[in-house]
Design a protein around this ligand. Structure first.
Ligand code: ADP
Ligand code: F6P
Length: 469
């Protein structure tokens, strides 16, 4: 809990702060941007709103006071290493994450993980309550903190409380596996507005509310037995589109994109994948499709190169360790089987990059491959579109992403259908320029108009209007 006397009118609460505290091998301590779409989306929102951001600084057992960084007021929440094991790696990322992503990997249920989840949610709620001024707005983020809305409401009925879920909310048939399904739904019902990425997620949540509580629902409204009303609906998240386009117009970044193509041996076609190394992202399916195309001679390494950025993620969770081994084995095999001295099939990069380099990669790529098996939104897809101010480039996009609801002129794929995915990759490679431009124009209109400022202002406006008298 914070002991500062400072109180603010707007508080964001998320598992992670926008920066992680890291210690290099030589003992140097520093802060670096933390991974994931949540931070990408919320950083520009917080830069334009005065307020505080409550979150974990990314390392265990770290006692830190509140501090200001890059114009943001950050309130660190301490997690012990046992809590990192049980609340973050356990319940958040080995129970909820696979359960909410269609059980692509088996969720594990452990009572001691749940107990840690409750205790840590209480700590986040207490930190938010102690920094929030009378009548403040508190915006709680994502699946790690689903109990916080109710805890906060009980402690501070004066607050206006929003919740946004960045990942999918599963159909009841899957959700009902969760031994603590009722407690989670009741936790979320503490909010005034519960936001989701897609209308389907909001409907799944409402169905869980009807099955597990005595609340009633009508369209986007939920009425609780005590008469309190709340809203549950979709607010698709986005990016600061204009800032990506601005970066893409910078001469040094354009030159860097040219350099990347040259360093790759100037192939006719550069394809790109950018994902946290997560089993939801369908990286293995993408590699299988590309490997088969090379094996069948439908594409050649002289003509087509795949750059795969696989960002390190959750490396102490077993399923992520195994995934890394599988992906790196597959990349090694494909490169061994099809690479030549001058041309590699796959350029594989397992580390973070500055935003400028990500933009240069998008500019350098003729085809962006997003083949997630399930993804709340997928901001990488929107970033590719925002960067392509030249109107060129093809986005191959899984229909199982939130982004597919909006980017309807992408080349939509079912990544489970490897033959269909292979055909889509060939179609992307061979697509005539006029068709590429027509498709990209429609997607750019959407991404530039419905940017992250639109997302946050819509959510916060409806949150302000929803406050019960
Ligand atoms: P998720 O939230 O599941 O990680 P998203 O695609 O929604 O997936 O968001 C990922 C964000 O992280 C994007 O803004 C993307 O540009 C960024 N990102 C992914 N990999 C890297 C990397 N290696 N270096 C820097 N930024 C990255
Ligand atoms: O939105 C998905 C999300 O899980 C965020 O909550 C999270 O910050 C990000 O992806 C990255 O994951 P992690 O914080 O576990 O590294």
């Amino acid at each position: 809990m914070t002991d500062s006397s400072r109180r603010v009118d707007f508080v964001v609460v998320s598992n992670r702060l926008p920066v992680d505290h890291v210690v290099d091998d030589d003992g140097t301590e520093r802060w670096q941007p933390s991974p994931g779409g949540l931070v990408t989306a919320l950083s520009p929102v917080m830069a334009t709103n005065d307020g505080a951001w409550v979150g974990w600084p990314g390392r265990a057992d770290l006692d830190l006071d509140e501090f200001d960084a890059d114009g943001l007021h950050l309130v660190p929440v301490r997690l012990s290493s046992d809590e990192v094991d049980r609340y973050y790696e356990g319940f958040s990322n080995d129970t909820l994450w696979p359960l909410y992503h269609d059980v692509i990997a088996p969720p594990h249920y452990h009572r001691e993980w749940w107990e840690a989840y409750v205790a840590v949610n209480e700590r986040f709620a207490a930190a938010a309550a102690s920094i929030a001024a009378e009548g403040a707005t508190v915006w709680v983020q994502d699946y790690q903190l689903q109990l916080v809305p109710r805890m906060l409401r009980e402690a501070r009925p004066d607050l206006t409380i929003g919740f946004f879920n960045h990942i999918p909310f599963p159909p009841y048939g899957i959700y009902s596996q969760l031994p603590w399904r009722t407690q989670i739904v009741e936790g979320l019902l503490g909010a005034d507005v519960v936001g989701f990425q897609r209308p389907a997620d909001a409907r799944n949540f409402q169905s869980a509310v009807r099955r597990l509580t005595t609340a009633t629902t009508s369209q986007t409204a939920i009425r609780l037995p005590d008469g309190r009303r709340l809203v549950a609906k979709a607010y698709p998240i986005s990016i600061d589109s204009a800032s990506y386009e601005q970066l893409a117009r910078r001469p040094d970044i354009r030159e860097r994109a040219r350099q990347i193509r040259e360093d790759l041996g100037n192939p006719k076609v550069v394809m790109l994948g950018v994902d946290r190394l997560d089993y939801t992202k369908g990286i293995g399916h993408r590699l299988k499709a590309f490997g088969e195309l090379l094996a069948e001679g439908r594409v050649s390494v002289e003509d087509v190169t795949l750059v795969q950025v696989a960002t390190p993620s959750r490396e102490r969770v077993d399923a992520y360790r195994q995934l890394r081994d599988e992906i790196e084995l597959t990349v090694g095999r494909i490169n061994g089987d099809y690479g030549t001295i001058s041309h590699q099939a796959i350029s594989y990069l397992h580390h973070g990059f500055p935003r400028e380099e990500m933009v240069a990669l998008c500019l350098a790529a003729d085809v962006m491959l997003v083949t997630a098996l399930r993804d709340g939104m997928n901001l990488v897809a929107k970033e590719y579109v925002a960067v392509r101010h030249d109107g060129d480039g093809v986005l191959v996009l899984s229909e199982f992403t939130g982004a597919a609801d909006e980017l309807k002129t992408s080349l939509r794929v079912n990544p489970h259908d490897i033959d269909g995915l292979k055909d889509a990759i060939v179609q992307a490679i061979e697509m005539p320029q006029a068709e590429r431009r027509r498709r990209m124009r429609a997607m750019r209109k959407r991404v530039l108009e419905f940017d992250v400022a639109y997302w946050s202002s819509t959510f916060l406006r409806e949150l302000a209007a929803s406050k019960n008298p």
